[in-house]
Design a protein around this ligand. Structure first.
Ligand code: FAD
Length: 483
């Protein structure tokens, strides 16, 4: 059954332990740094009940409405439905949010593809993943992703330093396993639960087996402590920072202080092969919604830059049009990778339809690695005024306002108020603390760049180029495409 926004908010009032800037947060739904993004997620839930959006965001199965975003994909339409649902949400909220559930739920579908690996340890663990995927689908839960530990000194084995630097199992009880450690997690403080698994690393080593654990952690469970970074919302007026005040997706260092994970929430533990499997396949579905968000970021950059050129009459210059075309090539490059990955989709071991992997992962490298250069083009097109323009209060001031209205009114079409609004939007998109944070988010939040490249290397079928060159260079027929 789909949930309402208020049911989601009520679920967050579970006594969870959250701190921000050293202050204990009693209710994440009302704290100024967290309320805006909780409201966005609540709005997503409420949209699903509205006649205008119901059929775009939900489908009916077993006589119940369920979220299209949580539906495991089995056919092409499931992916095009997800595209339409994300489009409806982002247009409704008027901005880009990434870690709102659909981008993380796919991590569990990857683990379902490794059912056989889980069953090697204990068949109950394979059943647990099936049950959890069904629970997200049927109960409309908000899942986040717990991958990255603090890790400490990487030149030392975890056993040779504070062992909590990587999440590990400390003991088994009749009720479940007990874990200790910490993970960095976007959105954890206002999510229902996280899929916790080992971080990027060499999981072949048996010495690491205490650390090879995968499970579901309830975000309000005893011993789970969310230490959030400072929020961007509320640092300046919404008129001056329209994106930071509405769409900041707050990260936390989530500490697991001897947290009991019930057996029904355990997917694997003390099993490095399972850790290896999940690290190798984690983003086979979830890279799609992640990269999709960058297409909308590109649209925001194109829109901001072109409106600015129109306001100032610079849109007729060929050199300006070429820079806009560079932004369009970026946007369409992302679009092409995503479209092709669905057109060429592949059947997964568990029978799901996964985007064609090398196309998807090459698209992720393209979208993330080119973003800094594209932001710079958009910043250049918007000009220096985005960082020197006074704030809304100065436009409202009796004396300063008169001067600002004079210099920011461009012609009959473009009055000072619209000029100020566009410049504030562009600043928050390209130049503000929030803009810099979003750039780091794109580079790291799913995995670091070297891991994005490893995914491309591991998914591309090299036999085509090898065979092509074997023939073209007239290599011996004994030479094959294999290693
Ligand atoms: C905004 C933001 C949101 C995030 N959200 C989440 C989240 O929701 N869930 C989550 O689990 N994590 C999240 N993270 C954490 C993110 O996954 C990590 O930052 C990332 O995995 C890199 O780990 P690290 O920061 O510890 O960097 P390190 O491991 O210290 O690496 C730093 C750099 O060293 C180099 N390097 C390190 N190891 C290698 C290697 N083996 N090969 C080549 N180069 C290497 C790379 O240049 C790398 O970028 C988030 C991070 C950010 C910035």
């Amino acid at each position: 059954m789909i949930r309402t926004g208020n049911a989601y908010r009520e679920g967050l009032r579970d006594g969870r332990q959250v701190w921000i800037e050293g202050e204990r947060v009693r209710d994440v739904t009302t704290h100024p740094a967290l309320k805006p993004i909780v409201d966005v997620k609540a709005r997503m839930y409420d949209m699903a009940f509205e006649a205008a959006h119901r059929d775009t965001l939900t489908y009916v199965a077993d006589n119940q409405r369920k979220s299209i975003l949580n539906r495991p994909p089995t056919e092409t339409k499931d992916w095009t439905d997800k595209l339409a649902a994300v489009d409806a949400v982002l247009k409704d909220i008027g901005g880009v949010v990434t870690r709102v559930g659909d981008e993380t739920v796919g991590e569990m579908w990857s683990l379902q593809d490794g059912r056989d690996v889980l069953a090697e340890i204990d068949p109950r663990f394979a059943d647990n993943i099936d049950r959890h995927i069904a629970a997200v689908r049927d109960d409309d839960l908000f899942h986040v992703s717990a991958n990255t530990d603090p890790k400490g000194d990487r030149s030392l084995a975890p056993q040779d330093q504070d062992p909590d630097m990587l999440v590990h199992v400390t003991r088994e009880t009749g009720a479940g396993i007990v874990i200790r450690g910490a993970k960095y997690e976007t959105a954890a403080a206002y999510a229902d639960q996280a899929f916790l698994k080992p971080t990027v690393g060499a999981w072949a080593n048996n010495k690491l087996s205490d650390y090879a654990v995968g499970c579901i952690v309830k975000m309000g469970a005893p011993g789970v402590k969310h230490i959030c970074r400072g929020g961007f919302a509320g640092r300046g007026r919404v008129e001056d920072y329209p994106l930071a005040n509405r769409f900041d997706e707050v990260e936390a260092l989530v500490v697991f202080d001897d947290v009991l994970i019930p057996w029904e929430d355990v997917f694997f533990y003390r099993h490095t092969r399972a850790a290896q499997f999940i690290r190798g396949t984690l983003h086979r579905y979830s890279a799609f919604p992640y990269v999709l968000r960058l297409m909308y970021t590109a649209d925001m950059m194109i829109g901001a830059a072109l409106w600015n050129a129109k306001q100032t009459g610079l849109d007729t210059l060929q050199a300006v049009r070429e820079k806009l075309a560079d932004l369009v090539c970026y946007r369409e490059g992302i679009n092409a990778h995503l479209t092709a990955s669905i057109a060429m989709a592949e059947r997964s071991p568990a029978g799901l339809l996964m985007p064609q992997q090398s196309m998807l992962f090459a698209g992720r490298v393209f979208a993330c690695s080119q973003l800094p250069a594209m932001m710079h083009i958009a910043r250049e097109l918007c000009g220096g005024q985005i960082c020197v323009t006074p704030g809304a209060a100065s436009f409202e001031g009796a004396e300063s306002g008169a001067w600002l209205r004079k210099f920011y009114t461009l012609n009959q079409n473009w009055q000072a108020d619209d000029r100020r609004k566009l410049l504030a939007f562009a600043r928050d998109l390209l130049n503000s603390d929030y803009a810099g944070h979003r750039l780091a988010f794109a580079q790291f939040a799913q995995a670091p760049h070297f891991n994005h490249l490893a995914a491309v290397y591991n998914s591309f079928d090299f036999s085509g180029p090898l065979d092509f060159v074997r023939r073209a260079a007239d290599l011996s027929p004994r030479v094959t495409g294999g290693a």
